[in-house]
Design a protein around this ligand. Structure first.
Ligand SMILES: [Zn+2]
Length: 214
């Protein structure tokens, strides 16, 4: 009886510790250095798969931002987002994920090529809640972290996603589009979402029909 009580006490304290640490999970010291104090510059260095250490970091899974309610007030997160925006624009990309600059958090930015004016979308703690049964072979995918490489990647033509934006507003929406040069919003989302799990487009290579029997 006493043993049972002790075990349940241990379990309870473990639970309390775990929920406490989940609530307070935030940027590591190294991540804070990258975000705020590195050189005072606004453009991040984008990690490259050609660098041995960078390539290991790029393969690591990221974790959720602790508390969606505090997104708008999190100065470090807001600075990360602002600097990611500048970095992506300077690199001429249509998307960038936090792990690409060494911050292993579930945060990415992408261009809403499906909306008028192609505004920038900030995505925090995303989930893919549904997707098409079929897949398509998307032409000429590319990545800011994989220099001089382009290739086709297997993608879902539509996905249903949930995420928070930089103001802390919750979104649930269906993204469509896999035509390069037109709307390929669903593909960009999947590409950036993969980065949060350490997955590259080169892991999803495919052949277009006309390439198969060449
Ligand atoms: Zn990429």
């Amino acid at each position: 009886m006493k043993q049972k009580f002790v075990i349940s006490l241990i379990l309870l304290s473990l639970q309390v510790t775990m929920s406490f640490s989940q609530r307070t999970t935030t940027f590591t010291e190294r991540e804070l250095e990258i975000i705020g104090h590195e050189t005072g510059e606004s453009v991040f260095r984008i990690l490259q798969t050609t660098d041995p250490v960078d390539s290991l970091i790029l393969r690591m899974p990221s974790t959720d931002m602790a508390d969606p309610d505090s997104i708008a007030d999190d100065k470090n997160l807001q600075l990360l987002i602002e600097r990611l925006r500048i970095t992506m624009e300077q690199a001429g990309g249509v998307g960038i994920a936090a792990p690409q600059v060494g911050v292993l958090k579930n945060v990415f930015l992408f261009m809403r090529v499906d909306l008028p004016g192609k505004p920038l979308q900030v995505v925090i703690n995303p989930r893919m809640v549904a997707h098409s049964a079929e897949t398509v072979c998307f032409e000429r995918d590319g990545c800011l972290s994989i220099p001089d490489t382009s290739g086709n990647s297997i993608r879902y033509p539509w996905i249903e996603v949930e995420f928070w934006d930089e103001k802390g507003d919750f979104h649930r929406e269906r993204l469509e589009g896999y035509q390069r040069g037109d709307n390929f919003a669903a593909v960009i989302f999947q590409h950036e979402f993969d980065h949060l799990q350490g997955i590259f487009f080169t892991d999803k290579n495919c052949l277009l029909e006309e390439e198969i029997w060449k």
